[in-house]
Design a binder for this molecule. Structure first.
Ligand code: HEC
Length: 95
């Protein structure tokens, strides 16, 4: 039984990872303007994952971004800056 426990934990983490990744985007209401595959006011997460580096993502949260994907601009997301690392992982997981 002792040998099974770590295995169970690892599988639990693997199952939980994608759900957590999307949670951080939902928590900050990023999904109001972004969706995985459907174009909303902002580009899709897939488009962003393909084009944005972690530094781009950080800058978008801190300062906002405009003119890169289309005409709409993204306002800065100061409350999300503290979660930058989780957000970068979440977006890259949606590739
Ligand atoms: C009011 C709508 C809106 C909200 C809310 C919003 N975004 Fe955006 N986002 C946009 C738009 C519009 C663009 C495209 C800007 C452009 O063309 O330069 C964008 C672009 C981006 C980019 C691409 C940056 C780059 O340099 O390639 C990232 C990353 C991003 N958003 C992440 C987020 C995250 C994370 C959140 C939540 C914390 C969020 N956005 C919330 C509208 C929004």
């Amino acid at each position: 039984m002792k040998k099974l426990l770590p295995l169970a934990l690892v599988s639990a983490c693997l199952l939980a990872a994608p759900a957590l990744a999307e949670d951080v985007l939902a928590k900050h209401k990023c999904n109001t303007c972004h969706d995985v595959a459907k174009k909303k006011m902002g580009p899709t997460w897939k488009e962003i994952a393909a084009r944005a580096t972690p530094a781009d993502i950080k800058l978008a949260l801190e300062k906002g971004v405009k003119g890169k994907y289309g005409k709409a601009a993204m306002p800065p997301q100061p409350k999300a800056v503290a979660d930058t690392d989780a957000i970068v992982k979440a977006i890259q997981a949606l590739k």
